[in-house]
Design a protein around this ligand. Structure first.
Ligand code: PMP
Length: 365
């Protein structure tokens, strides 16, 4: 498929209509329920191409009832954050990686290409306009949710002739109830999050909607998230909506930080990539993208070769794992201490995000 991003909308064409009445900001953050005063919208049609981007007061969308994003899930989204440092300045963390993942998801969803730099500049302007919403706190941030939907007003299962790209913003506090507490996972091979040749490596809504049923079963078992397994050998793939890492002494007696490879069923997390790059730079132990199975993990737990396990993602950043319920067994995973990789990574990453450590991963708003 031709990449027609040269036909993209341009940030210089951005029109801005400011809201006449600003909302009162909530005192308590209930994630994803209260949105900022403005949103970005960009419309596309096959006949007219991209329209000029528009920042306008936050409002409901009006969609045709046959709209193919509603019927066939032709849509995708992204998620990243803007952080306010002690110096009050606003920073994004490696946002071009989100732009590029969004472009990959768009290609897979048969939605039109766009220029990633132009979209980022439009988002930067939106954040600048709603900057008062970015919390002054190093455990909170403003979450950015770019969304791209087909607005094709017909029931044919086909490449959309119309689409809408929009971006909304909401405040984010810490994701799990207690950030310091290790979470519990429920692993049952009867559910699969993603499969080879599918769309598990894209941020398409369907991947998340279909995970809900298993999430509620995890709740019934007293666990916070699903540990997604794959294949006959019960490969460990992801934890809820996080990538997963195992810090252990591997079968060859080597200290290793391992995470499953990007073979199509893993979402290529930006936090995952950053962890791999940071720990490879430390050079203190082997850092590997490799398959990990439940039997390897169970054996390592028995032989006390597991040092720690954690999930990674923009929402929670680094989330230690304390228990796994698997085939009737309650597996105990050792937890972090002050020197652990989990703690060190949390500090190094948050120091970059909140501007305490200068980094070329930082993008100033
Ligand atoms: N896996 C899944 C399924 C996710 O939805 C996310 C969140 N985007 C991640 C992993 C972590 O990705 P990131 O580090 O880019 O937030």
């Amino acid at each position: 498929m031709a990449d027609d991003s040269t036909q993209s909308f341009k940030a210089v064409d951005l029109a801005v209509q400011l809201s006449p009445a600003l909302k009162t900001k909530p005192h308590v953050v209930d994630f994803g329920t209260v949105f900022t005063d403005h949103m970005l919208t960009v419309e596309w049609s096959v006949t007219e191409g991209w329209q000029a981007p528009f920042i306008r007061p936050f409002t409901n969308l009006s969609l045709h009832p046959a709209c193919s994003s509603l019927h066939y899930g032709i849509q995708l989204f992204e998620g990243f954050k803007v952080y306010r440092g002690d110096d009050s300045r606003l920073r994004l963390f490696r946002p071009m990686l989100n732009m590029s993942r969004m472009a990959d998801s768009a290609k897979r969803a048969c939605l039109p290409a766009f220029d990633q730099t132009e979209l980022l500049e439009c988002i930067r302007r939106l954040v600048e306009i709603d900057q008062d919403w970015v919390p002054q706190s190093d455990s909170a941030s403003l979450y950015i949710r770019p969304t791209f939907i087909s607005t094709e007003p017909s029931l044919g299962v086909k490449r959309p002739g119309r689409a809408l790209l929009y971006v909304i913003l909401c405040q984010a506090g810490s994701y799990f109830n207690s950030e310091a507490d290790a979470i519990s996972l429920w692993a049952d091979p009867k559910y699969t999050r993603a499969w080879k040749g599918g769309t598990g490596d894209c941020k398409m809504g369907g991947n998340y909607g279909c995970s809900l049923f298993a999430q509620y079963e995890a709740d019934d078992y007293g666990c916070q998230q699903v540990l997604w397994l794959y294949g006959q050998d019960h490969q460990i793939t992801e934890a809820g909506t996080m990538n997963i890492f195992l810090h252990w002494i591997n079968q060859d007696g080597e200290e290793e930080l391992a995470t499953p490879p990007l073979d199509g069923i893993i979402l290529p997390g930006i936090t995952r990539r950053s962890i791999l790059e940071l720990t490879r730079k430390w050079g203190e132990f082997k850092v590997t993208e490799r398959y990990l199975t439940m039997s390897q993990l169970c054996c390592a737990i028995k032989q006390q070769r597991v040092k720690e396990m954690f999930g990674s993602g923009t929402a929670c950043m680094i989330c230690p794992i304390g228990h796994i319920v698997y085939l009737g067994e309650n597996l105990h995973i050792p937890c972090r201490d002050k020197q652990s990789v989990t703690s060190r990574l949390t500090k190094e990453l948050t120091d970059i995000q909140y501007g305490r450590t200068p980094s070329d991963w930082t993008f100033m708003v």
